[in-house]
Design a protein around this ligand. Structure first.
Ligand code: RB5
Length: 143
């Protein structure tokens, strides 16, 4: 599975550790930055990851900022992205089963890297249930 990752400065260190753990597990990683702890603006990275996912270069996206909130707000502005703020394994599972989230957002100031890795594992292993959930997603995407 190909995952695009992005972070701002607050999420940079967590992103680096998460990438190492995901590569170890066989994921293909498309790192969209940032690439150090210099202060940056999270929407730039949310948009970069969103674009990679929408253009199908990646099967999903993972975004990390301090809280995960800014990244989720910004990523959801990209047409075709359903970004979920994930703070528990239940969120990770339901974001896929019910919302078919193609991006998950997490907060490096809220979760440990080990928790984040667990959320990514649960999200990638969960399956979209479609049916009534597909009908609801269609309504989100109506212009
Ligand atoms: C950066 O200090 C912080 O505001 C950002 O990482 C994020 O938490 C915003 O939602």
């Amino acid at each position: 599975m190909r995952i695009a990752l992005g972070s701002d400065h607050a999420g940079f260190e967590a992103k680096e550790l998460l990438i190492k753990a995901l590569i170890k597990d066989g994921f293909t990683i498309l790192d969209q930055g940032c690439f150090n702890t210099d202060s940056v603006d999270y929407p730039d990275f949310a948009k970069a990851v969103g674009k990679v996912v929408v253009e199908k270069h990646a099967d999903g996206g993972v975004l990390i900022c301090g809280t995960g909130i800014g990244m989720s707000i910004a990523a959801n502005k990209v047409d075709g992205i359903r970004a979920a703020l994930v703070t528990s394994t239940e969120h990770a599972r339901l974001s896929k089963e019910h919302n078919n989230a193609n991006v998950i957002c997490m907060g490096a100031r809220m979760q440990t890297v080990s928790e984040m890795k667990n959320f990514v594992d649960v999200w990638t292993k969960s399956k979209f249930e479609a049916g009534r959930h597909q009908q609801r997603i269609n309504k989100i995407e109506l212009k």
